[in-house]
Design a protein around this ligand. Structure first.
Ligand code: F6P
Length: 354
């Protein structure tokens, strides 16, 4: 492997608080190690178009506290095609980029795999509020988004309590119910409705009716967007009908993606940014940085994607056959542990909260 003289860094997919902190860490540590850094604007689309400029130490000053991403982001359809990948590889050659640190969610990692396979080594850093990257216990931005939801719902409860209402709040997360489950616990919700497991609505309505009789005024139900479009509107109608409780619906939507990152996200982003650079310079390419327990580790980028597919029940038999049996066992255990944790969170909400 040749020495890394110049790397690129980009953010792609939905922005997440803490992405800037990761860009800062990548830039500063790479510079310290004598590697030049180019900030690529607008994700893979910018890589195709060659939208980039060299970053110095001061270019990443005073961004650790800022939400959004200073490199901007975009979802690129062209990059999903062979022509798009070829153009991106060509741009890397033109600018002399020896490798790229890509910050984003599972879609970003799929792009990183394509690029790696086409000859440009990539290291992925998980940055998305959804926490739906199977290889890591936490993604950058997830903690901030949850804190934002908690702050909003605490406000909502003031008015819900005054008016004796139920509030249904739909949070983001794509197919992952992590934001919903954790925030439901943190705000004292009576239920979290998530795509990973069924909800016993009859039990919920009985519980609500009993609690109302016993003097409970406000009810919070957190739903995850992954349960389906227009789901919440119907749910509100059903709650009114089955319990007689006045119900309102709130969707905080993209507000969840904004704001200054929490301490936890700033630290995680900094650790992951540094780990990405360390990994590159030590010759460990084609990897994804992950948090496992309290340790920052890396995982093979292809394996991380297979793990992701396994979590989403999208792994094909052919792909499964490519994984060594001992790794397959580990991966199945990781997926099972993750689901077990979600089930336990749901158990707590269902049986302890009210
Ligand atoms: O992946 C982050 C996320 O905010 C999801 O939670 C949400 O489903 C999606 O992005 C929204 O995407 P867009 O910004 O394209 O509306």
């Amino acid at each position: 492997m040749g020495r890394f003289n110049r790397i690129g860094v980009l953010t792609s997919g939905g922005d997440a608080p803490g992405m800037n902190a990761a860009v800062r860490a990548v830039t500063r540590l790479a510079l310290l190690k004598g590697i030049e850094v180019f900030g690529i604007y607008n994700g893979y689309r910018g890589l195709i178009e060659g939208e980039m400029e060299q970053l110095g130490e001061r270019d990443v000053s005073y961004i650790i506290n800022r939400g959004g991403t200073m490199l901007y982001t975009a979802r690129s359809e062209e990059f999903k095609t062979k022509i798009g990948i070829d153009k991106a590889v060509e741009t890397c050659r033109k600018f002399g980029l020896d490798g790229i640190v890509t910050i984003g969610g599972d879609g970003t990692f799929r792009g990183a795999v394509e690029l790696t396979d086409a000859g440009v080594p990539c290291i992925g850093i998980p940055g998305t509020i959804d926490n739906d990257v199977a290889s890591t216990d936490a993604t950058i931005g997830y903690d901030t988004a949850m804190n934002t939801v908690v702050e909003l719902v605490d406000k909502l409860r003031d008015t819900g309590e005054s008016h004796s209402r139920c509030n249904v709040v739909e949070v983001m997360g794509r197919e992952s119910g992590d934001i919903a489950l954790n925030t439901a616990i943190a705000v004292g919700a009576v239920c979290a409705v998530v795509p990973e497991m069924p909800t016993d609505f009859d039990k919920l309505y009985t519980k609500m009716i009993t609690a109302r009789k016993n003097g409970k005024r406000n009810f919070i139900i957190i739903t995850s967007e992954g349960v389906g479009k227009d789901y919440c509107e119907h749910l509100c109608d059903e709650i009114r009908e089955k319990t007689g409780i006045e119900t309102r619906f709130v969707r905080p939507a993209h507000i969840q993606r904004g704001g200054s990152p929490t301490l936890r996200d700033r630290v995680l982003a900094t650790q992951m940014g540094c780990a990405a650079v360390e990994s590159l310079v030590s010759g460990q390419m084609k990897r994804v940085v992950c948090l496992r327990g309290s340790a920052i580790e890396t995982m093979d980028i292809h394996e991380a994607l297979y793990l992701d597919k396994m979590m989403k029940n999208q792994l094909t038999k052919e792909e499964e056959d490519l994984i060594p049996p001992n790794r397959l066992y580990d991966m199945r255990r990781m997926v099972a542990d993750r689901l077990a944790l979600k089930e336990y969170l749901n158990y707590m909400i269902t049986n302890i909260v009210l």
